[in-house]
Design a protein around this ligand. Structure first.
Ligand code: ADP
Length: 444
């Protein structure tokens, strides 16, 4: 695997640009100091001054100022650094009678004090004022003072402009990187959703096949049991065991067959492989279908159903069933034996809402945050795929609706699905598609 590319600093920090410039700016004074030492070799009094000033400035710049910066902050440390360098410059200028070599320190110091902070300009102005007035007072050539003063000031301004442009560019790069990361994340989510839909549609085709296989023998069983029931009913008298069959066993069997047929019909309707067209549907009827499909997951709970009058909706009913089945199954999984799961439907001003409330384990803030992520599951391997809510979210968003969740650990959960009466056109997306709230209202 290749190493990850080196990242620029997390934010376009002027300090970062400053440090980069300083690293280069340091090389100039070192070269000039060496030139001064070579120039005054043999002129020992000046040589000694150059060595001493260089030593003191090194000490101040590399060690004392860092200590000061650690205590009072980098911005504050620039003031004493500036004063120390101004003093060193004046001493060197005086002892070398303002050699042009010493004047080059003025230029380096402009970069040395560089910074884009609001106080860097006043600091530079104070520095210039100190060194230029001292050099004039000390008898330096006016022409030299003017030339180096102007060079220093404009050198600073040009560097400042360049650095600010660089900062801007760094900021743009960081911003673009952020946008790219976001786009990449969205792409990944879309990819995961596509995988989820793909898995689900294969599952749908499989379920449709199984339902078809069950349907054929079930039609024989249904018709045979009906015939038997009718035939026995026509008999004037029946022996005791057969009468018991006629009165108890066969009606119960027929009831069981009716339920199996209803489930098979639901399964076929729900799992048909062809893309479903928009249709008008009765939300209550679909909620009841979902309840029947999810019954296996809810057998250990007390199930309460409160169907309001949500009215007719437009949309893809099979998908709505799929969402409610997922939510009911999750409620059942989270609820211990004897706990309550309540399914209710309600009318809204411009649509309807379905509420699935349980008295189960509830969710931690961490789970709430990741709830709709594909493949997020807290269930043991083999029990949860982490696809149910991701798919539910995709379906409800496509219907122009939203899912709201209220939950707290140990206090159950309430999932509310809001659906507009008519879904938006396919290329229209509502900006807000889900919201999660902590805190729960347990079942009464
Ligand atoms: P799966 O059910 O396969 O884990 P889902 O996407 O349906 O995938 O659910 C993701 C996770 O959300 C679950 O693993 C569970 O932690 C949490 N969850 C969903 N519904 C509930 C609920 N009613 N109560 C508690 N936790 C829930």
């Amino acid at each position: 695997m290749s190493a990850p590319p080196k990242q620029p600093p997390s934010d376009a920090d002027p300090e970062w640009v400053h440090q980069g410039l300083q690293a280069t700016a340091r090389k100039g004074p070192i070269a000039t100091t060496l030139a001064l030492l070579a120039w005054y070799w043999g002129d020992w009094p000046v040589f000694t001054v150059v060595v001493s000033v260089t030593g003191v400035l090194l000490l101040v710049n590399l060690w004392l100022i860092d200590l000061y910066a650690q205590r009072y902050g980098r911005g504050e440390a620039e003031w004493p650094r500036m004063l120390a360098n101004a003093a060193g410059f004046c001493v060197l200028g005086h002892s070398t009678e303002w050699s042009p070599l010493v004047w080059t320190f003025l230029l380096y110091n402009m970069l040395w004090f560089y910074g884009l902070g609001p106080r860097s300009r006043p600091r530079l102005a104070v520095y210039l004022l100190i060194v230029l007035s001292f050099s004039l007072w000390d008898g330096a050539s006016r022409e030299g003072v003017l030339a180096f003063g102007l060079l220093g000031a404009f050198g600073y301004l040009i560097t400042e402009k360049r650095a600010s442009l660089m900062n801007q560019m760094v900021r743009q790069v960081v911003e673009q990187r952020g946008q790219l990361e976001k786009a990449h994340e969205q792409l990944q989510q879309a990819h995961q959703r596509a995988i989820a839909q793909e898995k689900l549609s294969s599952l749908g085709v499989m379920a449709a096949g199984v339902a078809h296989e069950i349907n054929n023998p079930m039609s024989f069983v249904t018709s045979n049991i009906h015939s038997l029931y009718k035939e026995l009913g026509r008999q004037p008298s029946l022996p005791e065991p057969l009468r018991e069959y006629m009165e108890e066993v066969l009606p119960a069997t027929l009831e069981g067959i009716k339920r199996v047929n209803a489930i098979v019909a639901d399964l076929r309707r729900f799992a048909r492989g062809d893309p479903e067209a928009y249709a008008e549907y009765d939300l209550n009827a679909e909620a009841q279908t979902a309840l029947r499909l999810a019954q296996g997951e809810l057998s250990h709970c007390q199930v309460e159903v409160e169907l309001g009058n949500p009215g007719l909706q437009m949309g893809r009913p099979r998908q709505i069933v799929q969402v409610v089945v997922n939510l009911l199954a999750n409620a059942g999984h989270a609820t211990a034996a004897g706990g309550k799961v309540r399914l209710s439907t309600h009318r809204e001003v411009d649509g309807a809402r379905v509420e699935i409330r349980d008295t189960g384990t509830g969710m931690t803030p961490e789970t709430l945050r990741n709830l709709f992520q594909p493949f997020f599951t807290t269930k043991p391997p083999g029990e949860g795929t982490g696809l149910g809510l991701a798919v539910a979210h995709g379906i409800i968003s496509a219907h122009g609706g939203r899912i709201e969740v209220v939950s707290q650990p140990g206090q159950g959960a309430c999932f509310t699905v809001y659906l507009p009466r008519v879904p938006p056109l396919p290329n229209y997306r509502r900006p807000k598609d889900e919201s999660i709230t902590e805190g729960s209202q347990p079942l009464a």
